[in-house]
Ligand binder design. Structure first.
Ligand SMILES: Nc1ncnc2c1ncn2[C@@H]1O[C@H](COP(=O)(O)OP(=O)(O)OP(=O)(O)O)[C@@H](O)[C@H]1O
Ligand SMILES: [Mg+2]
Length: 453
């Protein structure tokens, strides 16, 4: 019988019987690769197989027995906070991130503490047992209750899990595991969906907490079908700049906690270290007296965080000015450039503009608008901001400054780290603010520039 050939996008997992130069699903170029499928095996849906097992009946909500929600604590404070106070029993957590960012390291480090009162099975489809052992010794992890399995066939993984009965199962990664009865290649949308479905049902039925690692594509979103994110209880993104030591763990979805919390880590020879004071870490090496930088205070979850926003404005060498943004939203930056031009009379149409947040952090809060404006203006005028100045505030389309939440908390954080002047919007602060902090309240972008530049 003739072997069938399919094509699979290595970025998003899109499958097609035809080859495309550009993936019709994610638009990436030159990512379709060929794979052969076995002719004799027929595809059967996992859902069909498991239907008979789930013979559930409606029950009264009040009659459902509940135990107190118990959580496994990982001993890594930053991770537990992002999970909402530890991993809930029977939950299904997806950890996504760029290659080499430290996903496997984080999960292996998490095992160390969890093994003390739970049995953990770490399944790796990417590394050999020896490699995992080497990494574990580098990280100083050893526990008799930590089991490792190098396997990619879901059937074997499930049967080994049935025998071992762990409390926590880690699958590294969902892109490498496969169900042999399905025709498509591992990493394809069908395989990812069916494997995740099987794991989800296993987690709920046997009350096993399952962590899965997911790869991301070029755009930074999780590779594979969107349904993967719907299926799991928590989606955590592990991000940061490969070149810098800082890593940030963020919850994009959490059925058991807030999605605003972030965890900050530092990558070292001995694995990931928690960063207890992220503001101080982000500001280390902060240049004073040079034009084009401003300290912003944003609220990440419940914590205020100081970060340095840098801007470089230079004359355009070719026709169209270049604009790049790292760590802030590109469209927001372009909008602020337009506001500066229109409302503050700063002629930027002939200039390239680059904005960067030091330390690889991503600041998505509107409170970063004013610091970004100040950094751009400072670079444009080639004049540094006065020393010890921090700022926050949202900028509206007419150039007005709008109030932001938790202002007092932000001011305290800056004060703690030695800042003595705060440029902020007109808003009520209450009584609880540091006495010797110089608060400069401004109404508009133009007024802010007049005050400091
Ligand atoms: N011997 C070492 N000394 C110091 N740092 C190391 C060492 N080995 C690895 N690292 C760090 O760990 C990172 C790799 O971490 P890890 O393998 O956990 O990433 P990952 O997200 O699981 O990657 P992948 O997607 O390839 O599985 C490297 O980028 C490097 O920063
Ligand atoms: Mg890995």
């Amino acid at each position: 019988m003739k072997q069938k050939t399919h094509f699979l996008c290595s970025d998003c997992g899109y499958e097609s019987p035809k080859w495309f130069g550009k993936c019709p699903s994610c638009g990436a170029w030159n990512t379709m690769s060929e794979f052969k499928i076995k002719p004799e095996v027929a595809t059967r849906s996992v859902l069909q197989n498991t239907k008979s097992l789930n013979n559930s009946k409606p029950v009264r909500m009040n009659e459902i027995e509940t135990e107190n929600e118990t959580r496994f604590e990982s001993g890594i404070g930053e991770l537990d906070r992002v999970l909402g106070g530890g991993a809930v029993h029977g939950s299904f957590v997806l950890v996504g991130g760029e290659p080499g960012i430290g996903k496997s390291t984080l999960l292996l480090q998490m095992c160390q503490e969890m093994c003390k009162n739970a049995r953990v099975l770490y399944v790796s489809g990417e590394e050999s047992l020896r490699q995992i052992r080497l990494r574990a010794s580098r990280l100083g992890i050893s526990s008799p209750e930590l089991y490792v399995l190098a396997e990619t066939d879901m059937e074997n993984i499930i049967s080994e899990t049935d025998i071992l009965q762990p409390d926590i199962l880690i699958i590294d990664s969902i892109q490498t595991v496969y169900r042999s009865e399905l025709q498509s290649a591992p990493g394809g949308t069908t395989q990812i969906k069916e494997c995740a479905m099987l794991l989800m049902q296993y987690a709920k039925r046997h009350s096993v907490t399952i962590f899965i690692v997911g790869h991301v594509n070029k755009e930074g979103t999780l590779a594979g079908p969107k349904i993967l994110e719907h299926m799991v209880d928590c989606v955590l993104y592990f991000e940061g700049e490969q070149t810098g030591p800082f890593r940030c763990l963020r919850a994009a979805k959490n059925r058991f906690g807030s999605t605003n919390e972030i965890g900050v880590f530092e990558m070292s020879d001995h694995g990931l270290l928690e960063v207890q004071n992220p503001s101080a870490a982000m500001l280390s090496g902060h240049p004073t007296g040079s034009p084009g930088n401003c300290i912003a205070c944003v609220i990440e979850g419940t914590r205020p965080l100081l970060a340095e926003v840098q801007a470089l404005v230079a004359k355009t060498a070719f026709g169209v000015p270049r604009r790049t943004a790292a760590g802030v939203d590109y469209n927001r930056m372009v909008l602020l450039l337009a506001i500066l031009e229109k409302r503050a009379g700063m002629f930027l149409s002939n200039s390239d503009a680059y904005v960067n947040v030091v330390g690889g952090m991503r600041l998505d809060e509107p409170a970063v608008d004013l610091p970004m404006v100040l950094a751009i203006a400072s670079s444009f005028r080639d004049k540094p901001l006065p020393e010890g100045v921090m700022s926050f505030g949202e900028v509206g389309l007419t150039g007005e400054l709008r109030a932001v939440s938790c202002a007092a908390q932000r001011i305290w954080e800056g004060y703690r780290l030695g800042f003595h002047t705060c440029i902020m919007p007109e808003q009520d602060l209450g009584d609880n603010i540091p006495k010797d902090m110089n608060i400069v309240k401004v109404k508009s972008v133009a007024e802010a520039l007049k005050m400091v530049l």
